[in-house]
Design a protein around this ligand. Structure first.
Ligand code: TMP
Length: 398
């Protein structure tokens, strides 16, 4: 058990047993999950980086039917619009060039007037990108596609990557590829959930097959250094995907470095190993309390459904062994997920259009990172009992 980056022996902290792939939805309840992985996360004391040991190969995770679309959230669309403007002003992009890795349905580049290029291998996103007229590469971002891009399209002033870097095991390949397409004074901007937020908010469902790394300011500094770059700034994004950070990197010495050390201290990153040491207990407590609450509702004859068939829900439901006997179905706005089944425990996913007619007693809010958006919209239609499972199992109203 050695670090994917530096080979140091790791310390195991989180074990969620065997898990199916979070975004490999099943077409029928009789279908068997083809790939299972051992959901164990461990800590590298040298890189100060939490990592998934048994990483499923990218080609089985990111298949043609990969269903995730960031455009399902108005909050995320607004976030990308604001981020585009912020980075445009901050780095004086003018008529410059911007690359977005894993652009999904449009990311920030859909809002930029400069020359842009996206990378997106998921076929489900292609109609969105085409209809918005966004130029994109249908390949994964790697050494090969980066080399071709730098020779044909040129180099970028900004490379942006949101909610994806943590999923890519081979950081060396990614950073080498970024350096190929980045101008000498260009900036690499990354957004990802912040491990401190995940631990402090008990978001243990964030540990799923695509969450290979749990990043912090400290680990990002190690990573940047390793690949000839340095962290120059960090922005907090407390409402994104359960609490994220935005990291700005540049080639070492190319740009002034901002107040980064303060952010590490303020968030007590040095305490992460201590928090990890008790986190399995947190997981087991919440898992038990959640199962007890659902079993009680069943005994009382109350119907329970879910809202938001998130990738995060898959680990939680499989670890706690909660199936359709306890949660009848999960509603979701993503057409690609409708009439499919949650991997492993096989809860059906239904169109959110049908949610309006459902008078279930309790709704589990799996898409808790979109809580404000979903509850403010849905509570206008019907007052619901929304149950969440962190920081603890409880009903929420807004
Ligand atoms: P995410 O937490 O990874 O962004 O996934 C959110 C899931 O919830 C995704 O499948 C889309 C779904 N969703 C809805 O069904 N309705 C909504 O209003 C929002 C914002 C998301």
């Amino acid at each position: 058990m050695r670090c994917h980056l530096c080979g140091t022996i790791l310390k195991k902290y989180i074990d969620l047993h065997q898990q199916p792939l979070a975004n490999s939805l099943l077409s029928s309840p009789d279908e068997q999950d083809k790939v299972w992985y051992s959901a164990v996360w461990a800590w590298c004391p040298s890189c100060e980086l939490l990592q998934l040991i048994d990483v499923p190969p990218a080609e089985v995770v990111y298949t043609a039917s990969y269903p995730y679309k960031s455009s399902q959230s108005q909050f995320m669309n607004d976030h990308f619009r604001k981020t585009a403007q912020y980075l445009y002003d901050l780095y004086h992009l003018g008529n410059g060039k911007v690359i977005e890795i894993a652009v999904n349905t449009g990311g920030i580049i859909q809002f930029l007037s400069c020359t842009v290029l996206g990378f997106e291998p998921a076929q489900a996103c292609r109609p969105d990108l085409n209809s918005k007229g966004i130029p994109f590469h249908g390949d994964v971002f790697n050494n090969l596609s980066a080399r071709a891009t730098s020779s044909v399209w040129g180099q970028a002033d900004l490379v942006y990557c949101a909610n994806t870097l943590r999923s890519l095991k081979d950081l060396r390949e990614i950073f080498e590829s970024v350096l190929l397409v980045l101008k000498e004074d260009g900036v690499f901007v990354i957004e990802d959930p912040y491990l401190v937020n995940i631990l402090d908010r008990n978001e243990w469902d964030q540990f799923y097959s695509e969450n290979v790394y749990g990043f912090t300011v400290t680990s990002m500094q190690h990573i940047a250094r390793r690949y000839g770059m340095e962290l120059i700034a960090v922005d907090p994004l407390p409402d994104n995907h359960g609490g994220s950070l935005r990291y700005h990197m540049a080639r070492k010495g190319a740009r002034p470095v901002g107040h980064i050390e303060m952010m590490k201290g303020m968030n007590d990153e040095a305490a992460i190993p201590d928090k990890l040491a008790t986190f399995q207990q947190v997981i087991d407590d919440i898992s038990t309390k959640f199962t007890v609450a659902l079993s009680q509702l069943k005994r009382d004859g109350k119907r329970v459904v879910g809202y938001g068939a998130t990738a995060k829900a898959v680990t939680l439901l499989n670890y706690a062994n909660i199936g359709p006997d306890l949660i009848e179905c999960i509603y979701d706005t993503t057409a690609e997920k409708w009439n499919k089944f949650i991997p492993g425990i096989k809860i059906p996913i239904l169109s959110a259009d049908k949610f309006d007619e459902d008078d279930a007693h309790t709704v589990i809010l799996f898409a808790y990172n979109h809580r404000r958006e979903i509850l403010s919209r849905e509570n206008k239609k019907r007052q619901r009992r929304w149950l969440v499972y962190h920081p603890g199992v409880m009903y929420v109203t807004d």
